[in-house]
Design a protein. Structure first.
Lengths: 119, 119
DNA sequence: TCGATATTTCGATATTTCTCGATATGTTGT
DNA sequence: ACAACATATCGAGAAATATCGAAATATCGA
């Protein structure tokens, strides 16, 4: 049964508990229409946001890309996002199963008192 | 246009991002039938779980109560729980508005791209 | 008021986290 | 092979965090 699994869920919350990561995650969830074009105006290299796009669109280069990279890894380790290589870029996306799981956590009546059902 | 307010939401997630706090919060959410009786078998002093009950029922005295107190304050500061004095005890409860807010965050389709939902 | 019980605050400490710049790795085009 | 670009890893420093025991505060009952 789909476990609530406190520790694993806590890892997800912890990942979302940093403002920088939460903004990244929201950005990826919403995955808006193409925001970043090349300086030459070319379309994005793939059908999803990339790391550079996150740096540029979400933070306007306020953060070092090593910092963004760190947070992306954190989000990935928490199971919240996926990263797929596409050429030179990494295409990012929010994991729908993670969203479903978190939604279930707050679904009133559902996850209450289920304690630990393990998988 | 108070926005989804990433920072404020992140504070909530951060509070839930610690396993100890997550367990406390789950316990308060579920607010199960009376678990702790006095050593004399008396009923609980109020109609909700107390700090001592959290220490005892949730952690079996594995954590110092100063530690639990610290985490309760953290949860309160994040807006996730309420604490009301009732005699010698503090009666604890999860805040339903916080639950609603977090549920809304994960509600598919709802909070996506809303960016600014005002309060 | 005094003692017992419940909870919080304080000080200290070990660990973790965020951030950066510098460097390394991987990929594409020439 | 090499240059250019995108991203990741490393090392380090500052700040935040979790935890505890000891002491302080608050409330009740005798």
């Amino acid at each position: 049964m789909i476990a609530v699994d406190h520790d694993e869920t806590a890892v997800m919350f912890k990942a979302l508990g940093d403002p920088t990561r939460l903004r990244i995650f929201q950005f990826l969830r919403c995955c808006p229409a193409p925001v970043a074009l090349d300086e030459e105006g070319q379309a994005r290299p793939a059908d999803g946001p990339t790391v550079g796009e996150v740096c540029c669109s979400v933070f306007g280069l306020d953060k070092a890309n090593s910092t963004i990279s760190f947070h992306l890894k954190e989000l990935r380790n928490a199971g919240l996002i996926q990263m797929e290589r596409r050429g030179k870029h990494m295409v990012l996306s929010a994991r729908r199963d993670a969203l479903a799981r978190l939604a279930a956590f707050f679904d009133p009546g559902a996850s209450c008192c289920s304690e630990d059902t393990q998988s």
